[in-house]
Design a protein around this ligand. Structure first.
Ligand SMILES: [Zn+2]
Length: 389
């Protein structure tokens, strides 16, 4: 397969040749032919979103999740130009989590495409804060203290694919858990936490490496200086997942966070809920018994309240938002959504760069300054075109 376009970060025409699952060559200069792309098409390393809760009505957090549903759910991220993701499950009873992780793992076994797309699983909770505010929309009755044996059952059900685990470090036993999980190769991310600054620091020293959707899953009101958001923002050891949908973080906060993390340690995440991709309207039982509403502008709220209840915008919107709200260039924003997550997960030897020898997981799009959404031309997973716009 031959792709013609411009590599993000350069303005030169380029021809990318894909053989099998890999990029065979990248030639710059006058581009020739090409089955895919065009002179005005950007060729980007595959957008990699480390927090996706489901899509198109399929929740990865369901006890009834089937392999077919998992396969079907990929259509939405692919349409949005996201070939690479971490399917994410949230706080639930143990049997539900085990069933969901088993289905996600079986989907990886059965489909080479899904296996290439699901770079690792992200488990967010249940060892998070029980307190209103930091807990967000996670069900209170299933929040609990870290339990290493229970986590090992999760990891077995997932076939060893859990790569990111979000917890609140103030829970009893969390620091020992962080040390063990880190030693086992799992990235511990701090989130849905009300920890003291001191506890955040101890978690970092125990091995925590990331903040989950920094600035969200937090108290509505905090002491202005002495709080866990500043502590995490200032901790150079921590990468930050940021939701650039325009609803979760106001533009100036996104800009300040990107600067605080100096872009190299930001991973843009969509955190899309299972109803992402569905039309605006009110939906039942997305989180337990709660009814949620998708608004025309993509905001999801608990129906009848102003409270956010998840996100619905993929990074085809989040990347232009990041360019609009911060001083990031297109190249910077794409890096925050491709090579950065690949580095965080330790897979940058094969993903995140358009170079010969790397896996051909790519996003092709048209975009001009000021455009508010990427116009996706094609999404490619390990050499396979999974979506064409
Ligand atoms: Zn969350």
């Amino acid at each position: 397969m031959i792709i013609r376009g411009k590599i993000v970060g350069t303005a030169d025409p380029a021809t990318v040749t894909v053989e099998g699952k890999q990029i065979a060559s990248v030639e710059t200069g006058a581009a020739k032919g090409g089955e895919l792309g065009g002179d005005d098409v950007w060729i980007s390393p595959g957008i990699f979103d480390v927090q996706v809760n489901g899509a198109g009505g399929v929740s990865y957090n369901s006890a009834e999740l089937t392999v077919d549903e998992v396969l079907k759910s990929c259509e939405w991220p692919y349409k949005a130009g996201t070939p690479l993701l971490c399917p994410t499950i949230t706080t639930s009873p143990v049997d539900q989590a085990l069933a969901a992780l088993t289905a996600l793992s079986q989907a990886c076994e059965e489909s080479a495409t899904v296996r290439a797309s699901f770079v690792g699983f992200h488990v967010e909770g249940p060892y998070i804060a029980s307190e209103d505010g930091p807990r967000g929309a996670h069900p209170l009755e299933h929040t609990r203290d870290p339990d290493w044996e229970e986590f090992c059952r999760y990891q077995d059900a997932a076939g060893g694919r859990i790569k990111i685990f979000t917890l609140a470090p103030e829970r009893e036993g969390a620091l020992a858990f962080i040390e063990k999980a880190t030693a086992s190769g799992v990235i511990i991310s701090l989130g849905h936490t009300g920890a003291t600054r001191q506890r955040v620091r101890e978690a970092v020293e125990a091995g925590a490496k990331m903040s989950t959707h920094l600035g969200n899953g937090a108290h509505a009101t905090l002491p202005r200086h002495d709080n866990y958001i500043w502590e995490q923002l200032a901790a150079d050891e921590l990468w930050a997942g940021l939701i650039p949908d325009g609803h979760h973080l106001p533009g100036p906060v996104l800009k300040s966070f990107c600067r605080g993390k100096q872009k190299e340690r930001v991973c843009l995440v969509s955190d899309v809920a299972s109803i992402a991709g569905l039309p605006a309207g009110v939906y039942d039982r997305v989180y337990g018994e709660d009814r949620v509403e998708i608004h025309e502008n993509g905001k999801i709220s608990l129906a009848g309240t102003p409270y956010l209840a998840g996100a619905s915008l993929f990074l085809d919107k989040g990347i232009p938002n990041t360019v609009a709200f911060t001083d990031a260039s297109l190249e910077d924003a794409v890096e925050m959504a491709s090579i950065n997550p690949a580095k965080l997960l330790g897979v940058d030897d094969r993903l995140g760069i358009v170079e010969p020898g790397k896996e051909a997981s790519l996003t092709l799009f048209r975009w001009e300054e000021g455009q508010d959404v990427l116009d996706i031309v094609a999404t490619i997973v390990a050499g396979e075109v999974v979506h064409q716009g």
